[in-house]
Write a protein that binds this ligand. Structure first.
Ligand code: 2HA
Ligand code: ZN
Length: 266
């Protein structure tokens, strides 16, 4: 054990990450090693923990993340399955520290588990959000079945159409996802191109769909990120269940949606 075992806030945060990994598996959104998670845990680390020596040589980053210099993240491991992360987050993920020049990272605990292939993308997103002064700690990527299904339907590749239709299925979707949903045309998974396209959309949204691939959400809290994706997927399920039953769902009216704005301070 490299971490100090009486660090209750850190232990609780890792337990919340494991809890969400379990939900992703239970929801059927995490086939094989689908999905990945990174959480900024710098503020939860004891000073001695922040100084831990590296478990492996520093790993260079193709694009520097200067706004994250010295910051510490829990990240899920490459090829690791959510169902196992849920049971043992330290055998299936690791704690990394960004170098002081933002050009590389080191694995400092608990075991030298190589991070997700999407880590450079996650870090670019954390870096961008930090530069914007947004209070972001979490990047969560997963494969929600019904939402991915909708991205196979041309009209929903238009973010405005997707957002309007999903909002109008249930009031909660309008309330929980007030900034709407961005849409990224298909890109190869794990590429920097996908990361840059996502970052553009994060200027306006906290959640983006990746065509024929999945969803990425950012936020302050991992449970809230999960809840937002869960709410969006619920809307997608309602839309599809109506279509399966043979009718086009009516959807809430513009007025019904607009009336939620003052009521819930959206
Ligand atoms: O981590 O989901 O997008 C596996 C993936 C890549
Ligand atoms: Zn994916």
């Amino acid at each position: 054990m490299r971490l100090i075992n009486n660090n209750a806030p850190l232990t609780a945060e890792i337990a919340r990450i494991a809890e969400v990994a379990g939900y992703l598996w239970e929801r059927g959104w995490a086939e094989r090693n689908g999905g990945n998670i990174s959480v900024n845990i710098t503020s939860l680390m004891y000073e001695e923990e922040k100084e831990l020596t590296s478990l492996c040589p520093a790993i260079p980053l193709k694009e520097p993340v200067k706004a994250l210099a010295g910051e510490i993240f829990y990240v899920t491991g490459t090829g690791k399955r959510m169902r196992y992360i849920a049971k043992d987050p330290f055998a299936n993920g690791s704690i990394i520290r960004i170098s002081t020049d933002g050009c590389s990272f080191e694995i400092i605990a608990e075991e030298p588990v190589p991070p997700t292939s999407e880590l450079p993308s996650h870090l670019l997103m954390h870096n961008y959000l930090r530069e914007q002064g947004r209070d972001n700690r979490v990047v969560l990527h997963t494969h929600p079945t019904e939402i991915i299904g909708l991205t196979h339907c041309k009209p929903f590749l238009d973010a405005t159409t997707l957002t309007r239709t999903m909002w109008s299925m249930i009031p909660e979707c309008r309330i929980i996802i007030p900034k709407g949903i961005g849409m990224i045309p298909y890109e190869i998974p794990g590429t920097i191109e996908l990361a840059h396209a996502t970052i553009k959309e994060l200027a306006k949204h906290d959640m983006v769909c990746w065509e024929k691939h999945g969803v990425l959400a950012v936020g302050e809290d991992i449970i809230e990120c999960f809840d937002a994706i869960d709410t969006l997927n619920k809307s997608a399920q309602i839309y599809l269940v109506a279509r399966t039953a043979g009718f086009e769902p009516e959807g809430m009216t513009d007025k019904q949606l607009d009336d939620l704005v003052p009521t819930f301070n959206l």
